[in-house]
Design a protein around this ligand. Sequence first.
Ligand code: GTP
Length: 304
Amino acid sequence: MSTNSGVLVIDDETINLKVISDILRDDTQLILAKNGEQGIRKAAEFMPDLILLDVVMPQMDGFETLKILRSDPKTCHIPVIFITALDDSSSEEKGLSSGAADYIQKPLKPAIVRARVKLHLELAKKRMLLEKLANVDPLTSIANRRKYEEVAANQWHELLTTKGYLSLAVIDIDNFKQYNDSNGHAAGDEIIRKVADVLSYEFNGEDELVARYGGEEFVVILPNIDQQGAYEKLDRCVMSIRELALPHPSGGVVTISVGGATMTPTPNAHLDQLFLSSDELLYQAKKAGKNRVLWKKSVVAHAC
Ligand SMILES: Nc1nc2c(ncn2[C@@H]2O[C@H](COP(=O)(O)OP(=O)(O)OP(=O)(O)O)[C@@H](O)[C@H]2O)c(=O)[nH]1
């Protein structure tokens, strides 16, 4: 069993916490909580790979605790194994149908507990790897379009409540066909990687996301930053790419063009409007001579 895995054990009885600790101590890092509330808090704080959850607890029982864990986007994916003395099949059915990954009955048999925990930690590791592969662009190792769509939709939703700004930029490498045609596809790939590196360096904030949208096109999402702030950040990227002084077959250097827009999400507006406005500004930036940022201030929300 991996010694780096963290398992959160939530049980109101100290003796049970001790028994489980004794069983698992040599295999995994343990985080202990003595009630549902504490468990929910520690789950969000430590993000364990697995949770062992007692069903029968005073105040908040295991079913209620699981419901709250499942409703939080931060903890909803953490697998939960119910541990209980209840041996009736309806409790087992209720536990599994409410989203528990497995069910272990007391009295605990050390070999069974270790085997089940090992199995679920391995499954969790595989699931995380799959998730990573599904969200990362293999050429640049930055987020892919799928991840962008997920994050953008979540941020839009969140900003509907907080009423903050959402800025979105669409970025495209200039005259890239000519670069590919002269220098070959492998050299073109190297340019895509270099542009991704510059963008990742600039947009490394917790809420910021840079993704490869496809081909030689990238997108950046910036929540809670106004038009001027977003424009300046993107302008710095245009300058940084230019200053890399990567020779272009045209005789100049490799450059990028950027179109961007900022808006405050409203129920009448749609995220697609923001993307289309940015894309239109990118088209204008190309038409205006490339190697620049064009930004649209407020995108008007059309009534549904
Ligand atoms: N090396 C490489 N090239 C790619 C990749 N994806 C798309 N391309 C190339 O990117 C080029 C994009 O060309 P165009 O859409 O004509 O755009 P452009 O030449 O950059 O012209 P402007 O957009 O007007 O600046 C095409 O030659 C594609 O084959 C990739 O993953 N790797």
